[in-house]
Design a protein around this ligand. Structure first.
Ligand SMILES: [Zn+2]
Length: 390
């Protein structure tokens, strides 16, 4: 391989009497180098993304034998089969090229969306907050800092330690290298983390820096959830744990993903919570092939002619367009005696709060998931009513 400009006359190399050819791409100790791309690790990202994608397909291949993969087991298989490819080389290949990192992020997003039963345009932050995972960009940085802790702990004569010091000198002289990339990657986070000078670093400080990157990831996810009006049901929620009082947790495997065993019911409540449902308030948000005009929210009316906006609350608590909807509402009130009165007396002023209390309770989540599946199914069978001119 030749890095940089090619000389006018290329020398010929021999090994044991055999001519050694030139190449622009080579895999050395697991890392693929490419001499003809601006980013010498670009091929590495592409190769690892392809392997991770194949591993993901293989994981979902088990659905042909065991049915829909539950999120807990799917998450476990993701960490053991897909994640190792996505974090390959993270300790030495720092993510400074966004277009290269995109290859890995796309694979991660596609896997988690499929696991949750969401479409390709669903919001990204809930993929991590609902499954208790870290975006791959942050995860790779945390691993890089763990490796930096190992390098910092080496004795002065060690080659890897000497290379680290060399890279630090390059950084001080405004050159490029490992340390410069690490500083840049940490600065580019939405909530940046500052890398101290090499002389003051210890393995313990590197461990703290890793925790700071994790906190930065959680702050970023919190911000994305709180700033999204589509995710209003997730705002200020408190996770109902089995053996401790409810509390705010940014990312954890959520109770409804474990408790709702029926896959159809689980996907229905997930789509309802994450605004991926078939109701008009969500579907008319976008231009479609035959409907090119944006529809204002107050014109996204119920398809059964109720003259109310077709929201989740309307579908579950107020719509009287189909007798089955009223029957399922009654079933829910009977199935959750604690909240039966609240469901029967619900009004527009407290509908969201009643819905939240039904979902964020370990007692009623299975029942409300079942009703969500039935109700969304009834709405999906009837075509939406688009306003004139839309
Ligand atoms: Zn209605």
């Amino acid at each position: 391989m030749v890095f940089g400009p090619l000389p006018q006359y290329l020398p010929t190399f021999f090994l044991n009497g055999h001519q050694v050819g030139y190449t622009d791409c080579f895999c050395y100790v697991g890392i693929t180098f490419q001499s003809t791309a601006r980013n010498i690790f670009r091929s590495h990202y592409i190769a690892k993304a392809a392997k991770a994608r194949k591993a993901g397909f293989a994981v979902f291949g088990v659905e042909a034998y065991v049915g829909v993969l539950p999120p807990k087991e799917g998450r476990m298989l993701y960490m053991s089969c897909v994640d190792p490819h996505l974090v390959s080389g993270a300790d030495v290949v720092i993510d400074v090229d966004k277009s290269a990192l995109d290859h890995l992020e796309k694979v991660q997003h596609a896997f988690l969306r499929r696991l949750l039963g969401l479409g390709p345009y669903s919001l990204r932050a809930p993929l991590f907050t609902e499954l208790g995972l870290v975006p791959i960009r942050y995860r790779r940085l945390i691993l890089a800092l763990r490796y930096l802790g190992y390098l910092v702990g080496l004795t002065a004569g060690h080659y890897a330690r000497a290379a680290l010091e060399d890279s630090y000198q390059l950084f001080l002289n405004a050159g490029q290298g490992y340390w410069t990339d690490l500083v840049y990657a940490l600065q580019q986070l939405e909530f940046p983390v500052v890398l101290p000078p090499l002389q003051s670093l210890t393995p313990a400080i590197c461990s703290e820096l890793g925790k700071a990157v994790y906190t930065s990831a959680m702050r970023s996810l919190d911000g994305q959830i709180d700033n999204s009006t589509r995710l209003y049901l997730l705002h200020a929620r408190r996770e109902p744990f089995e053996d401790e009082p409810p509390k705010k947790v940014t990312a954890v495997l959520r109770h409804y993903l474990e408790l709702v065993v029926n896959a159809s019911h689980r996907k229905a409540i997930t789509r309802l919570l994450l605004s991926q449902h078939p109701l008009a308030v969500e579907r008319m948000r976008y231009k479609q092939r035959y409907h090119r005009v944006l529809v204002p929210r107050d014109e996204r009316l119920c398809r059964f002619g109720c003259r109310s906006v077709e929201t989740v609350e309307h579908a579950l608590f107020f719509c009287r367009g189909k007798v089955e909807l009223i029957e399922w509402r009654e079933w829910l009130a009977d199935a959750v005696p604690d909240q039966g009165n609240a469901i029967r007396n619900v009004g527009p002023w407290n509908a969201t709060s009643v819905l939240r209390s039904l979902i964020f309770s370990r007692v009623s989540v299975c029942q409300v998931a079942k009703v969500a599946h039935k109700v969304l199914g009834i709405f999906a069978e009837e075509p939406m009513v688009w306003p004139d001119g839309a």
